[in-house]
Ligand binder design. Structure first.
Ligand code: ARG
Length: 562
């Protein structure tokens, strides 16, 4: 509407021979805080200066040109402003038709192929709360990008080799007694990583032994390789269960163990062409001091590769595999430096594709609320389980007989909604504190509140009959209906913005605004027994349809009954 007003003002200003850009007009249009001044207001000071009259007479001259527009109920000049009051019935008629159109949800904004890598865990321990934020952000961005027309490829890198893996392996080799996992298998692996930590604290030689194990692994010692395969398999299996629970499917997995050596050739080529250089001790490095970074090692003096070496090759491999226009890495902000350097180096060696590190902040729990296995890291599965227990307690309060299955289902859906929404409503870059009790609250800015609002709307659908809808005309519109229509009609702009900015929190805030508008409407406007049944039923239908889609972009599944 603002844009529309800007366009007609621009058009009419031609008659007054005033030249101001439409953007500038758009920028100046205000939304009056007091409803008596209408829905939008345009200050005429900027034109009065140009035609050397006072603002009020400028406003009056312009107003004369604007009248007779059926979009507005009233156009009025007050104190140098032109106030526009929208013709709400007209607006509602038009927007309602748009919103109810099955094509409304389809927004085509960009048709690129975009590759997203997340969360790329190490295979020595289970996923933690940081991974949960990573996965939630990654999947939401993937869905948002898909919903505006892009093709998205989801990949996951397993960092499945190296000293950290050998640590879990060593502890298992010494104390595992060849046991099979007696719990979720990635947790089982993680327990040995923790055990290693304890052992190494008491006896420093363990670190040395892990290092020796790594050498044996690199030399292909069959016993070590088979231990490694066994334990990695447990880690993968456990991760897969968590991904499945979270609703994530990958198009491809990459394994560090398969690619870590290949980066070496890229480094040696770069050395030949003089992009990289040799340090006195034989390490191959790149000097990034001109770029404001350091000298970065790419091959150690003994010729072994580093984290960066693998990433040089992986970028090329992904490109060969998928030829995407754009490649996004969802990785925590502690690796900002790494990706900064990686992208500079890739550019220097001639890699041209667009790369982006989507760097997110840390998640912490309110202190003392939850003990974790390692003291500092909070396990993702345990965390989900804990929130689920809280959710179950809430559900049981509301239902006195609910089947075990239904309780399981409902509590998981509510839990994931609460967690995902809390993680997404915070801007990606910010560190955040996750408060489980708060996240579950049924009123307030929470995932449970959103689900509740959906279930409410959905329950109305079951009571509709054709008789109620038959008059099919918009005769009047009250402020609650109007507000809901306005919110619903923002959908396409919101979606485009969040896709352009790769920002799920825009969708999350919108979901909340939409739910709030619906709830106000629900409390003030009886849907089924009224003259207005057609309008109200249409609004409920549109809300159910659009809101469900919006929630799915956050990775949230709905419940038809709470
Ligand atoms: N596994 C790494 C970690 O846990 C993250 C890998 C990110 N992806 C990459 N291509 N470097 O820190």
């Amino acid at each position: 509407m603002k844009k529309y007003i800007a366009s007609i003002i621009k058009e009419k200003l031609k008659h007054l021979v005033v030249d101001i850009s439409e953007e500038e007009i758009l920028y100046k249009i205000e939304i009056p805080s007091n409803k008596k001044f209408g829905d939008f207001a345009f200050p005429c000071f900027i034109i009065s200066k140009k035609i050397s009259v006072n603002p009020n007479s400028a406003a009056l001259q312009l107003e004369e040109l604007l009248i007779n527009n059926e979009e507005f109920e009233k156009i009025e000049v007050v104190g140098g402003y032109i106030n526009f009051t929208i013709n709400k019935v007209n607006f509602a008629k038009k927007k309602l038709a748009d919103i109810l159109n099955p094509n409304f949800k389809k927004v085509i904004n960009s048709q690129k192929k975009i590759l997203i890598e997340f969360p790329s865990p190490n295979t020595n321990k289970p996923l933690h709360l940081g991974h949960l934020r990573n996965i939630t952000i990654g999947e939401s961005i993937a869905r948002i990008l898909e919903s505006v027309g892009n093709e998205v490829v989801r990949v996951n890198l397993y960092n499945d080799r190296g000293i950290h893996i050998c640590k879990s392996m060593l502890a298992y080799q010494k104390f595992g007694e060849d046991k099979e996992p007696d719990k979720k298998s990635d947790h089982f692996v993680g327990d040995y990583y923790v055990l290693f930590g304890k052992l190494a604290k008491e006896d420093d030689s363990y670190n040395q032994k892990a290092q020796e194990m790594l050498v044996q692994w690199e030399n292909g010692n069959p016993e070590i390789i088979s231990l490694w395969e066994k334990m990695n398999h447990w880690a993968f299996k456990g991760f897969e269960q968590t991904f499945a629970m979270l609703g994530i499917k990958y198009d491809k997995y990459y394994y560090e163990s398969k690619i870590y050596k290949d980066g070496k050739n890229i480094v040696l080529d770069g050395l030949k062409s003089g992009i990289f250089s040799k340090r006195n001790d034989g390490a191959v490095i790149i000097d990034l001091t001109n770029e404001g970074l350091d000298k970065k090692v790419l091959l150690r003096p003994d010729g072994t590769t580093v984290y960066m070496t693998q990433d040089l090759y992986l970028a090329k491999l992904k490109d060969e595999d998928f030829n995407a226009d754009n490649s996004i890495y969802i990785v925590g902000n502690e690796q900002d430096y790494h990706f900064n350097a990686l992208f500079i180096i890739l550019k220097k060696i001639g890699f041209q594709k667009q790369l982006m590190h989507l760097s997110y902040g840390m998640v912490e729990l309110p202190e003392g609320r939850m003990k974790s296995r390692e003291g500092t890291v909070v396990d993702a599965d345990d965390f989900i389980e804990m929130v689920k227990q809280l959710a179950k307690a809430e559900i049981v309060k509301r239902y006195n007989n609910i089947s075990e299955d239904e309780l399981e289902n409902k509590s998981l859906t509510i839990t994931l909604a609460a967690i995902k929404y809390s993680l997404l409503k915070t801007g990606i870059f910010k560190n955040m504190i996750f408060n489980p009790k708060e996240a579950l609250s049924f009123d307030g800015d929470t995932g449970s509140y959103l689900l509740y609002s959906y279930a409410r709307a959905f329950s109305i659908l079951g009571k509709i009959n054709a008789e109620l809808e038959k008059d099919g005309e918009v005769k009047e519109i009250n402020e609650f209906e109007y507000e809901l229509i306005k919110q619903l009609s923002n959908y396409q702009d919101v979606l485009k913005k969040s896709a352009d900015e790769l920002n799920p929190s825009i969708i999350a805030h919108y979901a909340y605004d939409l739910a709030s508008a619906f709830n106000e409407f629900y409390h003030t406007c009886p849907v089924l027994k009224t003259e207005q049944a057609f309008v109200r039923i249409s609004l409920v239908k549109a809300y159910v349809n659009i809101f469900k889609h919006i929630l799915s972009l956050l990775g949230i599944d709905v419940l038809e009954k709470m």
